[in-house]
Design a protein around this ligand. Structure first.
Ligand SMILES: Cc1cc2nc3c(=O)[nH]c(=O)nc-3n(C[C@H](O)[C@H](O)[C@H](O)COP(=O)(O)OP(=O)(O)OC[C@H]3O[C@@H](n4cnc5c(N)ncnc54)[C@H](O)[C@@H]3O)c2cc1C
Length: 394
């Protein structure tokens, strides 16, 4: 008997899990509520290099997918002497950065149109004895042996597994945007530091990261890059007479604290292309209940500076593929998935919280930090957990 797998959500986690389940011989249907192509959600993401290589080797991504290689992390802070800022440390790093849209499209194109249903809003999931029942907004119903909640941060499936469990919001915001390479070119010093680098600019109320990603239309024969940036900052007291909206004021205040050249790079972004996100996270006690399981952001949610959401969704899928290929018993498979992936997700949440504490909520006095301080400081941030963007060594 072929295992029937219904997947709620057709973004990164949903597509990756669908590929995994099909490769293991399951009958798969993806239910995505959006009627539109999801590419417009695109922004820059980073993946650990070893994961990138596994995705290519195992056929999840074709070898030529445009990406930028990161081999060092550059830490900087403002010093009021050079417009570029004071370089604190060059740290080894091993990552690929890519465009969210490119990642999603390359996963999505591996799924035939008849198994990826768009405008399919799942309204209810019912836990049965040996099945899960997926009920759609249009009245349709599908019975599946396994129902995968890949329905993101506000997951409906998570509510069936852990009713009332909701994300916790941090007391700071994330603003992000991107700038075309041609616009960035005049700011020469900052540009030099960006090649092959993941740049982190520290200031007293938070930090900013900068890295290149390929543009969404980039291809092997015509590579084009855009500069992706993200600024994390505590809120500033807001005057009721302030003309700018609160989130923009937070960004403007953060830019005042950054080295001039890096702030200027952010200022090149047109205001309508700047987006603001609340920062939130969520731990879970279990990813599984009856025939339901969670993948990607529907499970745990780590703060974005853990740079791990897409990576975790892909790891969830790769692990599930191995289990599907080796377990005949569905209950044992779900238990094995839960045992591995739920703690892995919770660990990332802890890392994200520690980064938030050390780099936004309670940073050191950056004017006093030196290259000698950085290795111990980043090690204390991680507290023994490895992270691909924080490698120790020469
Ligand atoms: C600024 C920023 C930077 C980031 N940087 C990184 C990074 O460097 N590295 C990294 O790995 N990750 C990063 N991430 C996180 C990453 O983008 C996400 O974690 C990843 O896309 C996981 O996606 P997902 O498929 O689990 O959820 P989502 O992308 O949220 O998709 C959920 C899907 O489910 C659908 N859906 C929801 N409810 C229903 C329903 N009831 N019925 C049917 N469909 C439904 C939605 O329409 C949506 O398409 C970043 C995120 C942000 C915001």
């Amino acid at each position: 008997m072929r295992l029937r797998v219904g997947i709620v959500g057709g973004s990164i986690a949903g597509c990756a899990v669908a590929i995994a389940a099909r490769r293991a011989g399951c009958e798969v249907t993806v239910f995505e509520r959006s009627a539109r192509d999801l590419s417009a959600r695109g922004f820059g993401i980073a993946l650990p290099n070893p994961l990138w290589q596994r995705l290519v080797e195992q056929g999840y991504l074709p070898p030529g997918v445009p990406s930028c290689v990161v081999h060092r992390r550059v830490w900087l802070t403002r010093d009021d002497v050079t417009p570029h800022g004071r370089e604190l440390w060059h740290q080894p790093s091993s990552a690929r950065t890519l465009n969210w849209a490119t990642l999603w499209r390359n996963l999505r194109t591996q799924l035939p149109a008849d198994i990826y249903r768009t405008a399919a809003h799942v309204q209810e999931v019912v836990i049965g004895q040996e099945h899960g029942l997926i009920r759609l907004g249009d009245g349709g119903e599908t019975r599946c042996h396994v129902v995968v909640g890949a329905d993101g941060a506000r997951s409906l499936v998570r509510q069936c597994i852990a009713p009332g469990v909701l994300p916790t919001h941090a007391r700071y915001v994330l603003c992000r945007g991107s700038v075309a390479a041609q616009q960035v070119a005049p700011i020469a010093t900052a540009m030099r530091n960006l090649d092959g680098a993941y740049v982190t600019v520290m200031f007293q109320r938070g930090h900013a990261v900068f890295y290149w990603i390929p543009s969404s239309s980039s291809c092997r024969t015509s590579p084009q890059r855009i500069l992706n940036w993200a600024v994390y900052s505590q809120s500033v007291p807001i005057s009721p007479h302030a003309a700018a909206e609160p989130a923009r004021r937070v960004l403007c205040a953060a830019l005042e604290e950054m080295p001039q050249e890096w702030a200027d790079l952010v200022r090149l972004t047109s205001p309508e292309a700047v987006t603001t996100h609340p920062v939130a996270d969520l731990t879970m006690q279990s990813y599984v209940r009856g025939p339901l399981l969670l993948a990607g952001d529907a499970g745990t949610i780590a703060r974005p500076h853990a740079a791990s959401g897409a990576a975790k969704a892909l790891e969830d899928a790769l692990f599930l593929e191995r289990l599907l290929a080796s377990h005949a018993d569905v209950a044992a498979l779900l238990a094995a998935y839960d045992k591995e992936r739920c703690p892995a997700g919770n660990d990332l949440v802890k890392i994200g919280r520690r980064i938030g504490r050390h780099q936004v909520e309670a940073p050191p006095d950056w004017s006093r930090m030196t290259e000698q301080d950085l290795p111990a400081w980043t090690a204390s941030t991680l507290a023994g957990s490895p992270h691909y963007l924080y490698q120790q060594g020469a």
